[in-house]
Design a protein around this ligand. Structure first.
Ligand SMILES: [Cu+2]
Length: 169
């Protein structure tokens, strides 16, 4: 069977495109520094978040040397607590859940960006470098969650170790 030269060329081009697509998706899933959020954070009853020991009074707690857990509630149309105060030079694992609808939780300027689903706890860890000044990061909701979605924002305030007072604003 004779295959025309240009036909071969386009066959090769199409195959290369497919390889390129697969490579892109593979990199997005397992590439350097890219972590997919899964259900490892666990589940929770969305209707009784107020009774939960961690989410009833959300905030930041120390869990180890330079390790902290930040419990955050994303709700229509705010994040609690706000601001979230964390110490610099730390590794903070954010546990985020929602009592109402799906929200987003992106800490602008970091690698943290996750969906927040009612009934599930999203878990994401961020490293905040040592620094001597107060630094602020905005938090955005990236999922349309209702009429005031565009006003839903929060703040992470990173304070020097010596100024951290337990995470309560
Ligand atoms: Cu929202």
């Amino acid at each position: 069977m004779h295959v025309h030269k240009y036909e071969k060329l386009w066959l090769v081009a199409a195959l290369l495109l497919i390889v390129g697509f697969v490579a892109t998706i593979t990199y997005g899933a397992v590439g350097a520094g890219v972590a997919m959020v899964d259900d490892s954070g666990g589940t929770i009853d969305a209707n009784s978040i107020g009774d939960d020991e961690n989410f009833g009074d959300p905030g930041v707690v120390q869990t180890g040397e330079d390790e902290y857990a930040a419990y955050v509630v994303a709700q229509q149309f705010s994040f609690r607590p706000d601001p979230i105060r964390v110490p610099a030079g730390s590794e903070v694992t954010f546990y985020v859940t929602s009592p109402d609808v799906i929200h987003g939780f992106e800490i602008v300027g970091t690698n943290a960006n996750t969906m927040v689903v009612p009934g599930q706890v999203s878990e994401i860890t961020v490293r905040f470098d040592e620094q001597s000044e107060v630094k602020e990061y905005g938090i955005l909701c990236n999922e349309y969650c209702g009429s005031a979605h565009h006003t839903m924002e929060g703040k992470v305030v990173v304070v020097p170790q010596s100024e951290w007072d337990g995470g309560d604003a």
